[in-house]
Design a protein around this ligand. Structure first.
Ligand SMILES: Cc1ncc(COP(=O)(O)O)c(C=O)c1O
Length: 399
């Protein structure tokens, strides 16, 4: 090699290299991040791997998943087994899992997917059903405000010879949805009807773990009414990345090809499968404590007089800031200024395996303080209107 070429290569290597640890430490101190996570109510997707999870995961096999990676295959087989399905497929995200499931079920347009209007698959996946599958979506608004019912599915499903409509080919349910548990008898009734029409059932079970942990119902029983189920490891279970799609062998082999087509064929996924397995073993048993902490949060809010808009059935509770005369921006702003700050979104409070009890106590103390201030300033809690809404009508005394 000429000296000139050697020098040129050294220069290129100098330009390419990056000491990322020096560049990001201490600005991104993980101990600080872990403390922040313990005080963040925004989502459970922010949960982070522990040192123990990492240590376990690094022992995983080093295969290439496009050519079938041993640890990942083991994880897929395990999830298929516990959900009572023939096969499983590791996915990079819950969105990929849901969208590839739809694409795998739906073969020849026109067709429609029916779901709850709040469903992730419809509302938060960037219009993926239309983009990836060319599917129309029929979003249903449940009258009971909690879950769609068999009667609503019957009324909302499109079948029959009228050529104006795209026939329903998949009914997609979500469990939990906003942290609430879909009554299993209603799921079964919907499934029996939907299947009698030759239509497929998909479950977005990103947080189905919470239903199993809370009710003691097996994943097999919860999954039985569905042709496909997507389960996430990276939310309540606290793994860094990944979901698993399960279904029949034929469905999963189609999904495997579509995963490649969508650019989701990953390589050394062993470390991710190892993290997921660690989460199943070590973190799943922590969920009942999470749910108890969420109920404590709800009870504390109610004792202060805060309206609850969606109850704490698992790891989420939704509250009405207007019911004590404030708004979410004010609460978030005040929370961020505490000596030990709390991190909040809007009306949704999410509790997770890394939430500290202190964070819950501090949040309730802050809410109690704000409620008292508003009351002292003359805020009178409005009576609920006939339509159930309170937020636009709050009243202030003039003193
Ligand atoms: C119910 C539900 N399904 C699917 C997803 C999508 O998961 P991901 O963010 O991994 O794409 C989410 C994300 O939070 C979710 O809450």
């Amino acid at each position: 090699m000429s000296a000139t070429l050697e020098k040129a290569r050294d220069t290129v290597a100098d330009l390419v290299k990056l000491d990322i640890l020096s560049a990001t430490t201490p600005a991104f101190d993980n101990d600080i991040t872990r403390k922040q996570i313990a005080r963040t109510f925004i989502s459970d997707t922010i949960t982070v791997p522990t040192k123990e999870m990492y240590a376990y995961a690094t022992l995983s096999s080093l295969g290439d998943d496009v050519y079938h990676e041993p640890t990942t295959l083991e994880l897929e087989a395990h999830i298929a087994k516990i959900t009572g399905k023939e096969a499983g497929l590791f996915m990079p995200s819950g969105t990929a899992s849901n969208q590839i499931a739809l694409r795998s079920h739906l073969k020849q347009p026109p067709y429609a997917v029916l779901c709850d209007h709040r469903a992730h698959i419809y509302k938060y996946e960037a219009g993926g059903a239309g983009f990836h599958s060319g599917a129309a979506v029929t979003p249903l608004i449940p009258k009971n405000g909690h879950h769609i019912t068999l009667d609503e599915v019957k009324a909302g499903m499109i079948y029959g010879p009228d050529v104006h409509f795209a026939p329903t080919e998949v009914v997609a349910l979500e469990n939990t949805l906003n942290g609430t548990i879909f009554p299993q008898e209603e799921v079964i009734a919907i499934s029996n009807f939907v299947h009698s029409k030759g239509v497929k059932m998909h479950l977005d079970g990103a947080r189905i773990w919470h239903v199993a942990a809370e009710t003691g119902t097996s994943l097999e029983e919860l999954s039985r009414p569905f042709d496909s189920v997507s389960l996430c490891f990276s939310k309540g279970l606290g793994a860094p990345i990944g979901s698993c799609l399960v279904g029949t062998r034929e469905f999963i082999s189609r999904a495997r090809r579509l995963r490649k087509l969508f650019g989701g064929g990953m390589r050394q996924t062993g470390i991710l499968a190892g993290s997921a397995a660690y989460a199943l073993t070590q973190n799943f048993p922590l969920l009942p404590r999470v749910h108890a902490l969420t109920r404590k949060l709800e009870k504390g809010l109610e004792e202060i007089g805060v309206g609850i808009t969606s109850r704490a059935e698992t790891c989420m509770v939704f509250y009405d800031a207007y019911s004590i005369g404030t708004d979410y921006d004010e609460i978030a702003e005040r929370a961020s200024k505490l000596s030990d700050p709390l991190h909040l979104g809007g009306s949704r409070l999410v509790v997770h395996i890394q939430t500290s009890e202190q964070a819950v106590d501090d949040f309730l103390a802050l809410i109690a303080e704000i409620a008292k201030e508003k009351k002292d300033a003359g805020f009178v809690k409005p009576t609920t209107q006939a339509n159930g809404l309170v937020r636009d009508v709050y009243v202030r005394r003039s003193n």
